[in-house]
Design a protein around this ligand. Structure first.
Ligand SMILES: [Zn+2]
Length: 96
């Protein structure tokens, strides 16, 4: 599976996203649009994006992300689970 979203928490319809190419060069070209560097804490994340807690790269899916989703960070090869943070935003934690 190419998209970082490996396993969806539920099957309710999700918003879809068209990902534009990025200049992220730490993965092969066909995967580049699924990752980008965050330009700082003020750089907003979309509903289809989470930050990898390990390497701080932004992981992007073609689908809206939800709590309980499992995503894969190719740059650092981490398997992550999406959780709801205290401030209501989505964040990724390392899955064990
Ligand atoms: Zn990572």
């Amino acid at each position: 599976m190419v998209d970082p979203l490996e396993r969806k928490a539920d099957e309710a319809p999700r918003q879809r996203f068209l990902l534009e190419e990025t200049d992220f060069d730490e993965v092969p070209p066909k995967y580049r649009r699924f990752y980008r560097r965050r330009k700082g804490p003020g750089d907003p994340l979309g509903p289809n994006e989470v930050v990898c807690p390990v390497c701080k790269v932004v992981i992007r899916s073609t689908r809206e992300l939800r709590e309980g989703d499992r995503v894969y960070c190719m740059p650092c090869m981490s398997r992550l689970v999406v959780v709801r943070a205290d401030d209501g935003t989505l964040e990724a934690r390392v899955a064990y």
